[in-house]
Design a protein around this ligand. Structure first.
Ligand code: HEM
Length: 213
């Protein structure tokens, strides 16, 4: 038996708790942070001043760096590292064209796109910026070019799809979503959530692209 196949089998039988932690972290804190992040940046829809005031407020929270590392960065790094391990050992079954099979594959593809997007976003918008103005210009300069806008949209789509479909698989993983009718309902609800979050972020990005900065 091939080495990767053997590992795949071992991995399916072991890693139960670590997989549960990975799953939980996808919602708390990462999913909650994603919603909070979109909510706070919705202020850009109102205008430059409102957006600047919100960024200023977030940057001036006492010990914000400690919270960012402890509550967001460490859980995120765990989710990404173990997530990449899961992607590597996943059996991509392309033979069967079932809807859930496609969602399984898309969850893994969006995991990889989101990894690249989040690293780019953190480096250019958080680490390499020293002031609120830096943050705003970093974001504006990306979305003010057609290529930057499209790449940003791809990153946003991957993140919100991964989160929305992740809510569905999370509920399955934890045994909350039982029964075919309930699963169908949640399948639709989570995709509506994905569409809603994507359109909302699209409006935010268009507003930022139009800003005179
Ligand atoms: C926007 C940031 C992210 C959020 C909100 C998020 C959230 C979630 C949620 C809620 C799940 C479902 C857990 C379950 O099925 O029990 C999940 C699954 C997964 N996530 Fe993430 N995630 C994010 C980013 C990433 C990144 C960057 C990776 C990179 C590898 C990743 C890899 C995975 C993988 C592989 C799964 C499938 C796990 C499985 O099928 O057991 N995620 N994520």
């Amino acid at each position: 038996m091939e080495k990767k196949q053997k590992k795949q089998q071992n991995y399916l039988h072991s890693d139960f708790y670590i997989r549960r932690i990975h799953s939980l972290l996808g919602i708390i804190p990462i999913g909650i942070f994603l919603c909070f992040h979109l909510f706070m940046n919705s202020s850009a829809i109102i205008g430059v001043e409102a957006w600047a005031a919100v960024i200023d407020g977030m940057r001036s929270i006492p010990f914000v760096i400690v919270a960012e590392i402890g509550i967001i960065a460490i859980p995120f790094i765990f989710h990404i590292v173990y997530g990449l391990y899961i992607v590597y050992f996943s059996k991509m079954n392309m033979k069967y064209q079932y809807y859930r099979n496609w969602m399984f594959i898309l969850q893994r593809i969006t995991a990889i796109i989101t990894t690249i997007f989040v690293i780019e976003h953190v480096v250019f918008v958080r680490i390499m910026t020293a002031s609120t103005m830096d943050v705003m210009t970093a974001m504006a300069h990306v979305v003010q070019t057609p290529l930057g806008f499209v790449l940003e949209l791809i990153g946003v789509w991957a993140s919100v799809f991964h989160f929305s479909n992740g809510i569905f698989t999370f509920l399955i993983t934890w045994g909350i979503l039982q029964g075919e009718r309930l699963q169908k309902l949640f399948s639709i609800l989570t995709m509506l959530l994905c569409a809603g979050m994507f359109l909302w972020t699209l409006i935010i990005l268009i507003r930022i692209a139009m800003m005179p900065i």
